[in-house]
Design a protein around this ligand. Sequence first.
Ligand code: HEM
Length: 202
Amino acid sequence: MSINFNYWQARIGKPLIFALCLLPFLLLSFRLLNNQLGANPIEVFTRSNGEWGLRFLLITLSITPLKNILKQSWPMQYRRMLGLFAFFYVFIHLSSYLVLDQFFDWQEIWADIIKRPYITIGMSAFVLLIPLAVTSNRYMMKRLGRNWLRLHKLVYLIAILAVVHFFLLVKADFYWPTVYAVLLGLLFTFRLRKYCSLPLGK
Ligand code: HEM
């Protein structure tokens, strides 16, 4: 039974999840190249990739609670891939801002980082994501030992910074930043319950 499950996971589960994770990027790129992103395609492309980055951060954070709720370990098999997709979408988000939005105008970019708090916070979140992406392999996991877990706790801070980034950049409609803040709050509550070892439902 477990052999079948492992076989299914390696042969179908992982490639399928990988393809699903890549789909938003492929669709967005297709629509960008075919002029289907409305009047301001670059803004839509940049924003949509940013939003997918945030979604993947939250999906990655929900893997441990999911494992605890299901009392099954298989969700953990997908955590690294999902975390790397969070990095991938944020990287595309940042690249499209640097290349398509600012045309590599480093002076303008630096001015943005200093002057606009939402860019400062977004940039901090990105910089903190780099060591997590670089160390998200078995070799670094082994090398860093317990420090690996400590380092990867940074993902909570990154998610908070990403939600703050979203709150700061919207001017009037706070609906979606609030939705993400509530979801993040729920994930924190799960974490704290686990930390305080309170069984679920009590
Ligand atoms: C963990 C890192 C980051 C995450 C998760 C993230 C996420 C987001 C989200 C969710 C949005 C709003 C999307 C929407 O309106 O639907 C956004 C917008 C934006 N982000 Fe980020 N972001 C990150 C880092 C950065 C960085 C490093 C930069 C550039 C230095 C950046 C620049 C922008 C810009 C320019 C916008 C659009 C603002 C506008 O058009 O008004 N972000 N980001």
